[in-house]
Design a protein around this ligand. Structure first.
Ligand SMILES: [Zn+2]
Length: 345
């Protein structure tokens, strides 16, 4: 029983020694000093010189144990300090780590790129984009990679961009340096002057289109009128009279710019009609003259008195041979189918 308690004690001691060697050694030393110190004092008072000496030696060993224990055991203050230092180091490391991460991130994520606010175009629609980025970085609008510019030694740059119409345009400006890239959006505004210019252009375009449309309409109208006039002229050529000619003239006159070819053809028709009319009027005059002659003759005949016989085929100016001569008008004689007597006339 005692033996197993002793072994258990030794084991606990070893465990304690292992877990907290300083405190354990210190405690053992302290207990040894107290026990053997008391024993030394007791044996000395009883004049047991040998036993007192032995106790003093063991107490000395215990004192060494205690000292070693003290050295090994960190004092409370020291421990706190040490842990503080430890914590500080840890937090410092974390901070350092964080800083490193931030640095890494910024290296990957972004180059400096600052764009000026004023981004209104001039009257021609040209926008001057000013900004600052990394020195010697390449800068360009994402939509126009062809217009690359290089920032100067201080990182300043200027880009120009032409607005295509009079509406606001959002643009990404890209800055490139080595393998790093960053971009920033910017809104480009058309100036009032540019808007006015563009609107004038639009109005001009609209008018031009209107004019073009009107011109096309006019052309098609002319084509139709010309076709109609062509038919009328042909008709007049085939039927050369005033009625068809007048219709054709009206048709040709209705063509806005006229038509020389059709006019010439109509002139020929007119000449022909005129000649025809001349001829007709000439014939009519002749006929009238003839009628006048006939009338005159008839008048003369009506007024002239001749002699006729009941059975004779001739009329006479005087009694000519035998028969029963009676006077009558020349007209009457002619009406009866008598002809003039060869002897009397
Ligand atoms: Zn006669």
């Amino acid at each position: 029983m005692m033996k197993s308690v002793f072994i258990l004690g030794v084991i606990i001691l070893l465990v304690l020694l292992f877990a907290a060697p300083g405190i354990t050694l210190g405690l053992i030393g302290l207990i040894g000093i107290i026990i053997f110190g008391v024993r030394f004092a007791y044996f000395r008072s009883k004049n047991h010189a040998k036993k007192a000496k032995k106790s003093a030696i063991i107490a000395g060993i215990a004192a060494i144990f205690f000292t070693v224990g003290l050295i090994l055991t960190p004092s409370t203050e020291t421990a706190t300090k040490q842990s503080e230092i430890k914590n500080e180091t840890k937090s410092e490391q974390v901070t350092k780590k964080k800083t490193k991460q931030t640095t890494d991130k910024s290296e990957i994520r972004q180059l400096t790129l600052i764009l000026d606010e004023a981004t209104e175009s001039d009257s021609n629609g040209t926008v001057l984009i000013k900004g600052k980025t990394e020195p010697h970085a390449t800068v360009y609008p994402s939509s126009k990679i062809s217009t690359k510019k290089q920032a100067d030694a201080d990182g300043f740059f200027e880009l120009t961009y032409e607005l295509s119409d009079d509406s606001e345009t959002e643009l990404s400006i890209v800055s490139e340096l080595d393998t790093q890239t960053t971009s920033k959006k910017i809104v480009l505004k058309p100036s009032a002057a540019f808007i006015a210019v563009k609107q004038a252009e639009k109005e001009e375009q609209r008018l031009a289109e209107e004019l073009k449309l009107a011109e096309e309409q006019r052309k098609s109208e002319i084509a139709q009128l010309t076709a109609d006039a062509e038919v009328a002229v042909k008709n007049a050529e085939n039927n050369q009279n005033r009625e068809h000619y007048d219709k054709a003239i009206a048709a040709v006159s209705s063509i806005p710019d006229g038509n020389e070819e059709l006019s010439n053809r109509l002139a020929a028709v007119e000449t022909a009609i005129h000649a025809q009319e001349e001829q007709e009027s000439l014939a009519a005059a002749e006929e009238a003259q003839q009628a006048a002659v006939v009338q005159e003759q008839q008048q003369v005949a009506a007024e002239q008195t001749v002699l006729v016989t009941p059975t004779g085929k001739k009329y006479h100016t005087h009694v000519c041979g035998s028969g029963d001569y009676t006077p009558t008008t020349l007209q009457e004689a002619i009406n009866r189918g008598l002809t003039e007597c060869a002897k009397c006339y």
